[in-house]
Write a protein that binds this ligand. Structure first.
Ligand code: ATP
Ligand code: MG
Length: 420
């Protein structure tokens, strides 16, 4: 049996990277006053239709939607922001505080062609700064993204930023762009030809060189931005410079979700083929109102954790915690001593493994050596009968007998001498 195409098991040797990410992220975000939320993986399909936008790739061809047994249309969430906005509204979080700083980490689902760094079930870490329209909020979230990448030892990244204006500006621009591109329709790539009808703005994102060339001579989004938009963008750029965060203005950067306005940004790295965008985000001032909540300007981003772990694996050295005590034991009916000793080891929080192989004591001691344990506790028949334990320090081969009544003190000494 194989896992479903585009899904993966995260096995024990990889899970340490995931735990490391969680630890780092939890610490940084807590310091920055962000609180974790966990929303359901299943949502009403309508949530995504009303937020992400009908003509986006996600809604058009990537959603895992199905009817449940009650006939409701359900979707496995393809992204986190819509769910967070929904949770804010359902739980009326905006009543408690005007500002809500939230973060999430969990699986997302998109029916895409699987490639390195692109799966059908993947994981996103995301933060949402909800309730502020200030450019400073944009900076806050960007600064945190970079802080996280730095802590995870990701040094090669490139921040690209753009302003996509407000809805009116964008409609005006999109209309002009469409009029311009129609003249070159036949020269555009297939995807862009399709988008020309439904979602012309996304054509800017095309990877096709011919399409890009045509775009270079067309109308520019930046020329359609009015005072407010320009001012907001300027302030964001100024503060990035103040923080010495290097950025590149990419005037063709648009996001694949309809709810963004003003600031849009991506953080890219090298080396995962085309899947080099590890973080994408922007401002979404209208989304919460659009979903039935109060007007709540917000900004946030999401990071793809599979892409992050691909790079981390090369950069981050994780020390594996070694087993300290291996408990070799004989096949005696009386296991009281074994459990008594385990309870004490547990009390001192030492890493141990109980041999349950039913093989000979010699084989068990060999195993203890193989896996690199520090100490082997040997609890054979004689030990049980005479109430002592044979303790063998595997690095030196030193062996000693410790009476059961002294074992608590002995383990305490082990704990102290190993400083674990
Ligand atoms: P892409 O252009 O690579 O498809 P996107 O614009 O669809 O990305 P977003 O919706 O902005 O991506 O999601 C934010 C991040 O989540 C991406 O930058 C990426 O790191 C990650 N991501 C998105 N889709 C996938 C996927 N199918 N598999 C793995 N990671 C993904
Ligand atoms: Mg995508």
């Amino acid at each position: 049996m194989q896992p479903l195409r585009g899904t993966k098991d995260i096995l024990p040797n990889e899970i340490r990277h995931w735990q490391k990410i969680y630890q780092v992220v939890d610490k940084i975000l807590t310091h920055n006053n962000y609180q974790e939320v966990r929303t359901p993986i299943l949502e009403n399909t309508e949530l995504f239709l009303r937020s992400i936008g009908n003509f986006t790739d996600i809604v058009n061809k990537e959603m895992y939607s199905f009817n449940d047994r009650g006939g409701r249309s359900i979707t496995l969430r393809p992204e986190g922001t819509a769910s967070i906005a929904r949770a804010l509204i359902s739980n009326k979080l905006y009543l408690g505080s005007r500002m809500n700083r939230l973060w999430y980490l969990g699986p997302m689902f998109r029916y895409e062609r699987p490639q390195k760094g692109r799966q059908r079930q993947f994981h996103q870490l995301g933060i949402e700064c909800i309730g502020s329209s200030m450019p400073r909020a944009d900076i806050e979230v960007i600064r945190i993204a970079i802080k996280i990448l730095k802590q995870l030892k990701l040094e090669e990244w490139r921040l690209e930023i753009n302003s996509i204006g407000n809805l009116e500006e964008r409609i005006k621009y999109t209309n002009h762009l469409k009029l311009y591109l129609i003249k070159y329709e036949k020269d555009l790539d297939e995807d862009s030809q399709r988008r020309l009808k439904d979602n012309p703005l996304r054509i800017l994102d095309s990877k096709n060189t011919k399409t890009q060339e045509i775009l270079n001579y067309g109308p520019k989004l930046r020329e359609y931005l009015e005072m407010e938009s320009v001012k907001h963008f300027q302030e964001v750029c100024n503060d990035l410079s103040r923080l010495s965060i290097k950025y590149y203005i990419n005037d063709k950067l648009v996001r694949g979700l309809d709810y963004y306005n003003y600031t849009a940004f991506e953080i890219k790295t090298k080396g995962i083929n085309e899947q080099n965008t590890i973080c994408g985000g922007g401002r979404y001032d209208e989304l919460i109102k659009q979903l039935g909540g109060p007007y709540t300007p917000s900004v946030g981003w999401a990071m793809g954790l599979e892409r992050l772990t691909i790079i981390m694996k090369e950069k981050l050295e994780l020390v594996e915690s070694k087993k300290v005590i291996y408990i070799a034991n004989s096949n005696s009916n009386n296991s009281d001593t074994i459990w008594q000793v385990i309870n004490i080891i547990d009390k001192y929080q030492l890493h141990f493994e109980l041999d349950i192989s039913n093989s000979s004591l010699n084989k068990q001691i060999k195993k203890a050596n193989q896996i690199g344990s520090k100490i082997c506790f040997i609890i054979g028949n004689d030990e049980i009968l005479n109430k002592y334990i044979t303790i063998k320090w595997l690095e030196t081969g030193t062996q000693q007998r410790v009476p059961i009544y002294k074992i608590d003190n002995y383990i305490k000494y082990v704990k102290f001498s190993l400083k674990t």
